[in-house]
Design a protein around this ligand. Structure first.
Ligand SMILES: Nc1nc2c(ncn2[C@@H]2O[C@H](COP(=O)(O)OP(=O)(O)OP(=O)(O)O)[C@@H](O)[C@H]2O)c(=O)[nH]1
Ligand SMILES: C[C@H](OP(=O)(O)O)C(=O)O
Length: 204
């Protein structure tokens, strides 16, 4: 199996702008990328970073500046082995959680992201193609059905929590133990409650 971690370093994590400035967002995105790649490696697979520009990281990199879906689909089209696409913003991912996905039966295995996204997609069927953004989990279920596959949905809090919005940072602070959680603590990002909802604030 080939494990791909898409990464766009150009202007990452814009939705975190209420909490992190552009330089911090770039740094934090890279910390999450490093954490996800280490986690993939701990499952026994070497990740390939599919990046819009070379992120200068210790794992193999494939540079492709096309759209996310086009870049992933090019990879799916050229490989004969199963391909797992693991997003680079899964700050709570653990080897055990990923192993459960990689071991799940089915020609298409999906982990939904909060808000309609697809955080992990494992394609064992040669005709499966991705269509990210929008309600991609629904689109991926429909695409699987269109090629005659009943997709396997893996339910995982750790893998469904992608870091898009400030409230997601609270989940990383509450439930994480890795590099992204340490980075947030070092940068004085703290759990807070606003209008009865858990979110974060800067304590500086
Ligand atoms: N290779 C590649 N990866 C991408 C691209 N766009 C997003 N990604 C990666 O796909 C994953 C999900 O990205 P998003 O959360 O949708 O976007 P983001 O740019 O990280 O964040 P926002 O600016 O807040 O939308 C992350 O791992 C991104 O680094 C792209 O055009 N090419
Ligand atoms: C790439 C996109 O990520 P989101 O913006 O939903 O986190 C998706 O999963 O379709």
């Amino acid at each position: 199996m080939h494990v791909v971690v898409p990464f766009d370093a150009r202007e990452p994590k814009t939705r975190l702008s209420p909490v992190l400035d552009p330089g911090e967002r770039r740094e934090f995105a890279r910390v999450m990328l490093h954490s996800v790649c280490s986690t993939v490696e701990a499952t026994g697979h070497e990740p390939t970073v599919l990046a819009t520009a070379d992120p200068d990281i210790e794992w193999p990199v494939r540079v492709d500046d096309r759209s996310l879906s086009d870049a992933v689909n090019a990879m799916l089209a050229e490989r004969d082995d199963p391909v797992a696409v693991v997003m680079a913003d899964l700050a709570l991912a653990t080897p055990a959680a990923l192993k459960r996905v990689f071991a799940a039966d089915g020609e298409v295995v999906l982990v939904a992201g909060r808000g309609g996204g697809t955080n992990v997609a494992l394609a064992r069927h040669p005709d499966f193609r991705v269509d990210y953004h929008g309600v991609s989990i629904r689109d991926h279920r429909e695409r699987a059905a269109a090629i005659g596959v009943d997709p396997t949905l893996v339910d995982s809090f750790r893998l469904s929590t992608d870091v898009d919005e400030p409230a997601d940072l609270a989940e990383v602070l509450l439930h994480g133990q890795g590099e992204p959680t340490a980075w947030l603590r070092d940068h004085a990002v703290e759990v807070a409650v606003s209008d009865g909802r858990v979110t974060v604030q800067r304590n500086e």
